[in-house]
Write a protein that binds this ligand. Sequence first.
Ligand SMILES: [Mg+2]
Length: 234
Amino acid sequence: MTARPGAVLLDLDDTLVDHEGAARGAVLAFAATHGPAGEPDELVRRWQALTDRYYPRYQRRELTLDEHRRERIRAFLGQPDLRDADADARFGVYQCAYRDRWRAHADAAPALRALREAGVPLAVLTNGERDIQTAKLRATGLLELVDVVAASSHLPAAKPDPRAFTATADLLGVAVARTVMVGDSVENDVAGALGAGAAAVHLDRSGAGPGAEVVGALRIPTLAALPGLVLAAE
Ligand SMILES: [Mg+2]
């Protein structure tokens, strides 16, 4: 980062909030009461694979939110003929278990507070439903720490489409070229931001991601490193 950004955009799931942990706990709780039977890691992998198959189709607006949820539940249960109302009820069970498990990563609030105290405008830019993602921020105590919540359900397109980044910058009143996007997804957050003309920081909590030379952006292991990085830029 060569110049101090005019705003910081942050991804939500697995950047500020532990989505993966919540989804894992929720799918195991669901399977314990509704099936299918299976070894825990295998059930989690199966649910994740179905999420990866159907969620992007919802993001591309090929399926509605409800349609993609029904397909995920039907495939997970191996019941392709499950009626809509029954699929909806079962997805509701999963959704309640997921909501009960929302937790912020411990480094999220301190990083947001430090940036905010330095006067840096902050937006959450997330692929998802605005109501759910706003509730997630509220439940984890992060909502009051950001200026704007931009969710793809109410944007012209989802990440990595450049319009997601431009629209979020517009909401903050800052040129997209003066923003920096921080997130865990190389494709959606990093490549998307760079394609929109923003700067990007890759949050690689596991340290397993590709190197900075591949990603083309700065890499940090935790959000604790973010305020120093942003505020040191001149
Ligand atoms: Mg993410």
